[in-house]
Design a binder for this molecule. Sequence first.
Ligand code: IDC
Length: 321
Amino acid sequence: MKKIGIVLIAFFIFNAVLAQTPIQKYGQLQLIDKQLCDEKGNPVQLRGMSSHGLGWFPACMTESSIEHLATVWKIDVLRLALYTQNYAKEPQKMLDFIDKLVDITEKKGLYCMIDWHVLEKGNPNTEIENAKVFWKHIVNKHANKKHVIFEICNEPNGKEATWAEIGKFADEIIPIIREKDKKSIIIVGTPRWSSDLKAAVEKPLSYKNIMYAFHFYAYSHKTYDEFKEASKHIPIFVSEWGTTHADGSQFHDFESSKKWLSIFDGDNPNKMKISWIAWSLGDKDELSAVFKPGSCKEANWNNLTEGGEFYKSLFQPEKCK
Ligand code: IDC
């Protein structure tokens, strides 16, 4: 009898450990040198998915889809992509939506990355006033929550969006965040659609707990060695990547995707674990969408595209041969 009792207790403890959510497993994130670490100081690799534009595909981001991503896909982090033009059009509606999603991710035990999705305008300073109001709201509501990561500008692009301009933007926004929240991780976009890390390597910003964004689309971008070199010098978070062409469609390149992923798993000069988030949880008729068209309004989360199946497989535990 006693033995059975011990076995049962061991079984329950084992299950409780296995059933831990990402937030329970890792707690408050921190940066130690260039490595993202958990609360205890162990290296951590967060892996996750990005929403499509919250203003365009709200039906894909619901309590039901997030529950599915947490329990069936087993992602660690959900990125909430708010295109700046969607915010400009309907600020209150977008803020309410983000607030709701931040709460849902917390409830489901997932980290969430709040992404001020600069793309159309290129230079993040073009919309600095909106950015300031947005980030003030976000920190008033969500400062010091263990599960929140702030991404202050998705992809600066165009001739004007130099590293100096990005630095100017960061000098406006990071102090707004740090006034209320000293330790949450902040991700800063880099020039040329967050693909060029050279300037950040040469002149890193002087704030604590910040990481630099690197984005790639596997069919178009194969700068593996350049990336590895940069990873020796600055902390990098791959906050958006896709299997496709940079336009989000055309072809999947699963081979190049796997090569990138092996670099993030440790095949890099300092053997670091590099966190990543893939694009995107939309049901638009485009190759990078995870769900087939029409899936979201039916809450049919198993109706995956070829790319969706590929992404999902990345989160599944290795099966026995
Ligand atoms: C794409 C979407 C597409 C949308 C387009 C323009 O997949 O439906 O019409 O944006 O808004 C990025 C961006 C990301 C892009 C993605 C694919 O961060 O917003 O999404 N991409 O083009 N950088 C490189 C590729």
